[in-house]
Design a protein around this ligand. Structure first.
Ligand code: SR1
Ligand code: MG
Length: 396
């Protein structure tokens, strides 16, 4: 581990910082630079830097603590190394679905990348009732490309072991293991939820649901399939008509591919719950189609890549069919854990938190009921996940 004492960026020091970095100095005119800190995530500083001529870059700096909680929770800035690695590796296979990556300052944990302020964060777009029709399919294709090309299907076996070891990201994984895959089902001091949802929160702590969470946590911690994005919720995706970019891949590690499919799915459940309590029927019906849009695009892309499988001796067509079926089933279950933590865990989402008290409780309850059915009924397909979510949000 490197030092955790390093200088944090401040807006007024950004121009000098850029001037001192040869890989950045030509990208913007620092004499006319406007710098705004826009980080709205749980962990980092994010500076949008735009010059008077319409050019811009984004600088993202890892704080040495969890922003959501404050300096009382120190946290490794080495996560920026994981993110830089993910941009570099994923960029080889899926560059059109990522921001352009301009460089990494390993001393101060600063990543430099494309200014995507002509896009918006997908979570905000969904929350506002916007439709971006290509986004779900694009995310499915992105996951398929990186899943295939960074896994045993696209990498020679011994090289894969070195890649897996190099991508170890224990502190970030621990957050997911605790916040997503344990605490909604075990209870934890840092969990919080609306008073109105106390009974719903308690109903997640049955032995059957704990065991289901245990199975998923075990899979997350042992099934090193591919270099995942690792935190692919709708707040990690920027959208504009015709363009979709996955960013913020600091949770990247070798894990189960279903997890990357599951996070957007869980956020579609949240969107549907919001739409239902706001009476946004049309948007809710459209959101219900996103599960299959994402899965279908993932599956089609994966099948298209399959003829290039590195070791076709046993990884044949029947194997592929079984693997796809298992991955789809696992995505449904992982989606449930991510949805649960957004209602009862530490890190909630504005999609629901911006609702008034009563509709917020109705939406939260619908999400919890969906979670329980996903974990206990174990749907097999994206269509079944969507149908369960539709039924539960319609119950009101
Ligand atoms: C303490 S960090 C909470 C959450 O923020 C990140 O975006 C991850 O989703 C993490 O679980
Ligand atoms: Mg994030």
């Amino acid at each position: 581990h490197r030092s955790t004492t390093y200088e944090l960026l401040e807006p007024e020091k950004v121009a000098a910082y850029i001037d001192a970095r040869p890989e950045l100095a030509d990208r913007v005119d620092t004499s006319s630079l406007d710098v705004t800190e826009v980080g709205d995530g749980n962990l980092n500083l994010v500076f949008v830097c735009q010059d008077g001529g319409g050019r811009g870059i984004v600088l993202k700096q890892a704080l040495p603590y969890v922003r959501l909680v404050g300096p009382s929770w120190p946290f490794t800035p080495e996560r920026a190394v994981a993110e830089a690695r993910a941009y570099a590796v994923h960029g080889r296979f899926a560059a059109e679905y990522l921001p352009a990556f301009y460089g990494f300052d390993a001393e101060r944990y600063i990543l430099a990348m494309e200014d995507l302020t002509d896009h918006r964060v997908w979570r905000g777009a969904l929350t506002d009732g916007e439709r971006h029709d290509s986004a779900a399919g694009d995310v499915g294709r992105y996951v398929a490309r990186v899943a295939f090309h960074t896994s045993l299907f696209g990498v020679e076996a011994k090289e894969l072991k070195w890649l897996t070891a190099a991508a170890i990201n224990p502190d970030l994984c621990e957050i997911t293991e605790d916040l997503v895959l344990t605490e909604p089902f075990s209870g934890a001091d840092r969990n919080w939820f609306q008073d109105e949802l106390a009974d719903a929160a308690a109903s997640l702590q049955t032995p059957e649901l704990k065991a289901a969470a245990g199975e998923l946590k075990y899979a997350f911690m042992t099934r090193a399939e591919a270099l995942l994005h690792g935190d692919l919720h709708t707040g990690s995706v920027m959208v504009k008509d015709g363009s979709t970019r996955a960013f913020d891949s600091e949770f990247a590690f070798y894990g189960p591919i279903a997890f990357d499919l599951a996070l957007p799915w869980s956020n579609f459940i949240v969107t549907m719950a919001r739409d239902a309590v706001l009476g946004r029927e049309e948007h809710g019906a459209w959101a219900a189609t996103l599960f299959e849009q994402l899965w279908d695009a993932f599956e089609a892309e994966f099948r298209a890549l399959w003829p290039g499988v590195v070791d076709p001796r046993v990884f044949n067509e029947p194997f592929l069919e079984r693997w796809l079926a298992q991955t789809q089933r696992d995505a449904a279950a992982f989606a449930a854990t991510e949805a649960a933590r957004r209602i009862v865990g530490l890190a909630h989402v504005p999609d629901l938190e911006t609702l008034d008290v009563e509709p917020r409780a109705v939406a939260g309850r619908a999400v919890i009921e969906t979670v329980k059915r996903l974990l206990l009924d174990r749907p097999e397909t994206a269509g079944e996940v969507s149908a369960i979510a539709r039924e539960e949000v319609a119950r009101g």
